[in-house]
Design a protein around this ligand. Structure first.
Ligand code: ZN
Ligand code: ZN
Ligand code: FE
Length: 758
């Protein structure tokens, strides 16, 4: 083999992840000479040696844990005669295309460091290295260097300096590097502000509620095995029924309470360390867990400790902690120490704070494994701000998303950067947080939108933001945006059938859409089917009390059974029943809706499975949780074809559910049959549409497709029937992915405009 030279380039997440020291080590082992350098686009290597293809292969197969190579090239060049291999100090001032890493869970080596009494980082809560630690949450600006992070106020001590500058050290160029001598400190205080020793483990063990500052914001923590503490947290936080997420000491603890398959285990232990929604092995109380952890559910959201601080909280024999976002319900994340003391007054007994500031507030991500695949319920910490790689180049457009579960998206060349979840923009503080986040996010991903895309809903706050921005904007129909985001994620450009099932979206006819069959692509769509319009009684009460929706639907669908209907809904006062009956008869103060979410609400209300909704999606979630497995029955429904529009009619379904209720059929059986029926309706309509349009590619999108039972019922049947099925893999199926579809559709609109004007 002859002595040769090559230029090797890597693009992707290759900076701030220990890439250059890794190259250095492999080069040293293989006696390769030359240099490695960070460039504006990634990492470039000049290599000279005898078997460079082998060197290249080794680099690719042994990549550092956090590196994500999107693109790599190998090109033979002239030998220049280097006598050693070196790491060039990079001049990164104008780095344009370097991806910022998400925050990363503590790596095994750092965990060993904090558990080793002889290590200088023994029990140090801010230990990290190039393979782990805070990233996105602490970045103020790019390039990603310590002075551009919230670590800039901490000057490296000599020991940390040695590690930072030594290419053989695991902490070489780890920007958040710290130790007890030079880094951030954690302080425990009581309500009077007095400092206490420890991190609060003892207080938690004796039943206290502690506000804990984590990576992306404050959590409220208490012992998840302590009934009284969990109940108290629920009362103080005024959180009625929404399940609490828990943090388990380790996988063994998780397995004590939940079933867990290999995919779920992989997710839990991954560097992103998301909350994974797992099936409980038995009822909560049978497992010795408080009922109030997750009322009426058979699942639990579980995560593993992902910072040294979290690991240390478990040091004294605690097994399972409630770890719930510390914000009051509907408000933004709490990230600031002073705000935490103010806002959590009356909720927390103690505050565990630290002096490393959080620049980008970010929630825990939530994932559920459905049909063997990870489905995002919330995409945030551990994933943001990594972009989606797209199949085309796009204009610099920002999709501002919708008002619920808001996310926004910045297109930049062939990438889409999607923000973390914000809250409901109807809350003023959330809206303010959204406007800050837009600026901070755009800065870090170096994208400057020249145009906006928003929802068609004229009253959404996100729409108003677009309208008032001073930039040109395009308003996009909600369900078209859902469809296109799913298509883009899957790289599909064809016209396909789209099934969009969600709670609410502003329709082209001004009605509230939500159980929609579309045929469309990135440019345009036709509505080719939907659930028949049903009357949603006006006012907030309807969405809060599913029984009222059920009553309204039944009165419209089965007027001849009105007397019988009156005997259900014991929890609705007679006067109120009369008002609803009047509303339906006169069509007064009602909205016409084809919403799928409201159909779930109505069935949950009719069966009494959920009679009071205190968090979004509760009725549907509890209806799914009530399912008795093994039931294959399906209720009847009708499909009417009217001028190419397929209309799903549900009167017979409701009538049969009432018959089942009168026969005292177990509710779990009714819940299962209802789910089967939704699946069957979708299958029937799709068969019809395939005949009519010849399309056999189907995209499933909308929040309803976070329902594990429904997806696992539907997808295998679709596949068996010869359909090609597309689902969300990188983003949430719910409104969290609207922003991507909006931006892509706006890009198409622009292309059209410019080609028309030519
Ligand atoms: Zn580490
Ligand atoms: Zn130090
Ligand atoms: Fe939606």
């Amino acid at each position: 083999m002859s002595y040769e030279a090559a230029t090797i380039k890597f693009h992707g997440v290759v900076q701030g992840v220990g890439f250059r020291p890794f190259v250095y080590r492999v080069a040293y082992e293989m006696q390769v000479k030359g240099w490695v350098n960070n460039t504006a686009n990634g990492v470039t290597i000049h290599a000279e040696g005898v078997d460079l293809p082998c060197f290249y292969r080794r680099l690719l197969s042994e990549l550092p844990t956090l590196a994500l190579v999107k693109h790599h090239t190998f090109e033979s060049v002239e030998v220049e005669g280097f006598t050693e291999f070196s790491i060039s100090q990079s001049d990164m001032a104008n780095s344009g295309e370097v991806l910022i890493s998400p925050d990363v869970a503590t790596c095994p080596e750092c965990l060993a460091d904090i558990n080793s009494p002889t290590n200088r980082r023994y029990h140090y809560p801010f230990t990290n290295c190039t393979n782990c630690g805070p990233r996105y949450s602490i970045i103020l600006d790019i390039p990603y260097d310590r002075p551009n992070t919230t670590m800039r106020q901490f000057t490296l001590c000599p020991d940390c300096g040695v590690e930072y500058y030594n290419p053989y050290d695991r902490r070489f160029h780890a920007q958040p590097i710290a130790c007890p001598r030079c880094g951030p400190t954690a302080i425990l205080r009581d309500t009077a502000g007095a400092e206490l020793p420890g991190l609060g483990q003892l207080q938690i063990a004796s039943g206290a509620i502690i506000a804990v500052k984590g990576l992306g914001g404050f959590h409220l923590a208490c012992d998840a095995l302590d009934d009284r503490a969990v109940e108290q947290l629920r009362n103080r936080k005024k959180r009625e029924a929404k399940p609490f997420a828990v943090m388990a000491r380790d996988l063994a603890v998780v397995k004590r309470y939940c079933y867990i398959d290999s995919e779920e285990e992989k997710l839990l232990s991954s560097p992103a360390a998301p909350i994974v929604v797992l099936q409980l092995k038995a009822g909560l109380s049978e497992l010795g867990l408080p009922e109030s952890l997750a009322p009426n559910l058979n699942t639990l959201g579980v995560m593993l400790p992902y910072t040294p601080l979290h690991h240390l909280l478990f040091a004294d024999g605690l097994d399972l902690l409630v770890m719930t976002s510390a914000n009051r319900s509907g408000e933004p994340l709490v990230t600031d120490n002073a705000a935490a003391v103010r806002k959590l007054d009356g909720i927390a007994d103690y505050w565990l704070t630290h002096n490393r500031d959080i620049c980008h507030p970010i929630d825990d991500s939530v994932i559920r494994v459905i049909n063997g695949q990870a489905v995002f319920l919330r995409r945030a910490r551990g994933y943001v701000p990594l972009p989606l790689e797209l199949d085309d180049k796009f204009l610099p457009i920002m999709g501002v998303g919708g008002d619920m579960k808001n996310t926004f998206c910045l297109l930049k060349d062939n990438r889409a950067f999607i923000s973390q979840h914000g809250g409901d923009l109807g809350n003023y503080d959330n809206y303010k947080q959204f406007t800050h986040a837009v600026e901070a996010f755009a800065k870090v991903v170096k994208a400057n939108p020249a145009e906006l895309a928003c929802d068609l809903h004229p009253d959404y706050y996100s729409t108003r933001y677009a309208r008032n921005s001073g930039l040109p904007y395009v308003a996009v129909q909600h369900h078209h945006a859902h469809l296109v985001s799913c298509l883009v994620e899957n790289g599909v450009k064809d016209k396909v059938l789209g099934v969009v099932c969600d709670g609410t979206g502003f329709g082209l006819d001004g009605n509230v859409w939500g159980f929609e069959f579309l045929i469309g692509d990135r440019r345009e769509f036709d509505r080719v089917g939907h659930l028949e319009y049903l009357p949603l009684p006006g006012g907030d009460n309807a969405v809060k009390y599913p029984g009222r929706i059920a009553l309204a639907y039944l009165l419209r669908l089965l007027p001849q059974q009105a007397d019988k209907i009156g005997t259900y809904f014991m929890d609705i006062a007679p006067e109120e029943k009369a008002i609803i009956a009047h509303q339906i008869r006169q069509d007064f103060n009602t909205y016409a809706t084809s919403s799928c979410g409201r159909l779930f609400d109505a069935v949950a209300g009719l069966t009494g499975i959920c009679s009071l909704v205190s968090y979004e999606g509760q009725a549907a979630i509890e209806l799914e949780a009530a399912i008795m497995p093994g039931e294959s029955g399906v209720y009847s429904y009708q499909i009417d074809s009217d001028q190419g529009m397929q209309l799903i009619r549900v009167a017979t379904m409701f009538s049969e559910i009432m018959t089942d209720l009168r026969a005292q059929t177990p509710l779990g059986q009714i819940a299962a049959k209802f789910h089967n029926t939704i699946g069957a309706m979708i299958l029937t309509v799709l068969h019809q549409l395939r005949c009519e349009y010849g399309a056999s590619q189907v995209a499933l999108t909308g929040g309803v497709f976070q329902n594990k039972y429904l997806v696992e019922y539907l997808v295998p049947r679709l596949t068996n029937a010869g359909f090609t099925v597309y689902q969300h893999r990188r983003l949430s199926p719910g409104d969290g992915s609207l922003c991507l579809g909006q931006a892509i559709i706006a890009n198409e609109v622009n292309k059209n405009v410019s080609s028309n004007s030519r």
